[in-house]
Write a new protein. Structure first.
Length: 65
């Protein structure tokens, strides 16, 4: 696949998918994020923390009812 401006040329979709998977893994699981409320966490950890917080909040609401 020849895309103007690219430094790497791909011979197959599978080869592109490997690079995309590697990039997404780095972006979401290794690279710390400096956005508001992230506190240096990686996006994946912030996502998991959000799920835990939502579940804990739901339990608190159920206990109060």
């Amino acid at each position: 696949f020849r895309i103007k401006g690219r430094e790497k040329w791909y011979e197959s979709v599978e080869e592109m998918q490997e690079d995309l998977d590697s990039y997404l893994n780095h972006y979401n699981r290794e690279r710390t994020h400096q956005g508001r409320g992230m506190n240096g966490r990686v996006p994946y950890q912030a996502f998991l923390d959000g799920i835990v917080n939502d579940e804990a909040e739901a339990e608190t609401i159920e206990e109060a009812a």
